[in-house]
Design a protein around this ligand. Structure first.
Ligand code: FES
Length: 119
């Protein structure tokens, strides 16, 4: 599987919905998501070609003062990236890695809390 990634020497730290991950530098952000979740990203409905928009995220770079929308198939990953929102297709693919953070973004009730809300 390693040849689907562009050659890299080190892993960089990024944050997705407050969770920290190490991913290979010099690769697109979508490739980084594949590194995190190799069992789901290849089966997502991604064109990998800047057309479908299913890979869109809101992302703040290390030296940015605010988040901006980017296409993760186009944008290279960089140390300190912070992703604050993801397209539903990405949420679906990364759900098991993101846990409760993914549920909060997709508006789902965490498992086991349905019906326990205060009036
Ligand atoms: S994967 Fe289709 S636009 Fe990025």
């Amino acid at each position: 599987m390693s040849d689907i990634f562009r050659p890299y020497e080190k892993l960089v730290e990024i944050t997705i919905l407050g969770k920290t991950f190490l991913v290979p530098e010099k690769n697109s952000l979508l490739r980084a998501f594949q590194f995190i979740s190799p069992e789901t990203i290849p089966y997502g409905r991604f064109c990998w070609n800047q057309e479908c928009q299913y890979c869109k995220v809101n992302c703040q770079l290390f030296d940015d003062d605010q988040a901006r929308p980017i296409l993760s198939c186009k944008f290279l990953v960089s140390e300190g990236m912070s992703i604050s929102d993801l397209a539903p297709e990405l949420i679906g693919c990364l759900r098991s890695k993101l846990g409760q953070a993914a549920q909060a973004v997709s508006g789902e009730e965490p498992v086991g809390t349905a019906g326990n809300a205060e009036p």
